[in-house]
Design a protein around this ligand. Structure first.
Ligand code: IPD
Ligand code: CA
Ligand code: CA
Ligand code: CA
Length: 273
């Protein structure tokens, strides 16, 4: 419980730091391509969280998007998986619609997760086995929905690529409607709070979903990769997160028919973070 409260405290403090510095000049760099941005605020937030955790719990290990724990290759002990700003493009372009995402795992078992919508000051949180909360209010178990009356979230880029178009167009076509929010952590939180019914994406890193996974599974959400396998916390993964019956419908009727194509896409692609 002490660890859980500490997790929530430092998350809220990190969010406050971001809000306070929102009008300061931003240093923006590119990473793997011209649209893959990182800012001084992403780095400063990861450093703030890293330093606070190390000061208080020196034996805990930390994996973070902006460089922490690159050499970690097992889940022994207490592991923090941190995305200091999930939705950096939204942060840069919109100054909203981004989140701090943190999951804590102990010997590979879920302990607790947070997804903090910084500008709306909404904290989604869960301790494994104790339910999930949105700003202190317990979330209900999510409702089961058929695809035909579901809102799904998916990055439209996957519909523009030759190697994925045929797989995902039927899903979008047969759903009630599709959305794209630009923050995977918020997508998980929105599935958990029943705002959307599924989120499907082809490539996420552990820091994108570690916090959201713990939250959504507390309210009955199912999280697997697109081959129906459990997700791996040490590598990149494809993702399907949805309420139970919708997850089954998506897997059986939409993704399994493309099993061979999806296996080919997965081969090699997800072998590292
Ligand atoms: C990204 C966001 C985005 C998702 C990308 C992620 P970042 O994280 O979650 O919604 O589509 O795959 O990389 O880089 O903004 O932390
Ligand atoms: Ca990034
Ligand atoms: Ca991210
Ligand atoms: Ca990030």
């Amino acid at each position: 419980m002490e660890l859980y409260n500490f997790l929530k405290d430092i998350t809220l403090q990190a969010g406050e730091n971001i809000r306070k510095q929102l009008n300061e000049p931003l240093l923006i760099e590119t990473k793997s391509n011209p649209n893959d941005l990182v800012t001084n605020m992403d780095k400063a937030t990861e450093k703030f969280l890293f330093d606070r955790i190390q000061d208080t719990y020196p034996d805990h290990r930390i994996i973070g998007e902006e460089g922490s724990g690159k050499d970690i290759d097992n889940l022994n002990g207490v592991i923090w998986i941190i995305d200091p700003i999930d939705g950096t493009l939204n942060f840069v372009h919109q100054q909203e619609n981004f989140a701090i995402s943190i999951g804590i795992f102990i010997d590979g078992e879920k302990y607790a997760g947070v997804v903090y919508d910084v500008m709306r000051d909404i904290l989604f949180e869960a301790r494994a086995g104790y339910g999930a909360y949105k700003n202190g209010v317990k979330l209900e178990n999510i409702t089961e929905t058929p695809l035909a009356t579901s809102i799904i979230s998916m990055n439209p880029n996957w519909l523009t690529k030759d190697f994925t178009r045929d797989i995902y167009i039927p899903l979008v076509r047969d759903s009630r409607s599709a959305r794209s929010y630009g923050s995977a952590a918020l997508d998980f939180a929105y599935v958990a709070s029943n705002k959307i019914n599924a989120y499907i994406t082809l490539r996420l890193h552990p820091w994108d979903f570690a916090g959201g996974l713990i939250i959504v599974e507390e309210v009955g959400g199912i999280v697997t990769n697109q081959l129906g396998e459990p997700v791996n916390l040490l590598t990149a993964n494809s993702i399907v997160v949805a309420n139970k019956s919708l997850h089954t419908e998506i897997m059986n009727d939409y993704l399994s028919p493309f099993k061979l194509e999806l296996e080919k896409i997965h081969q090699g692609r997800f072998s590292k973070r």
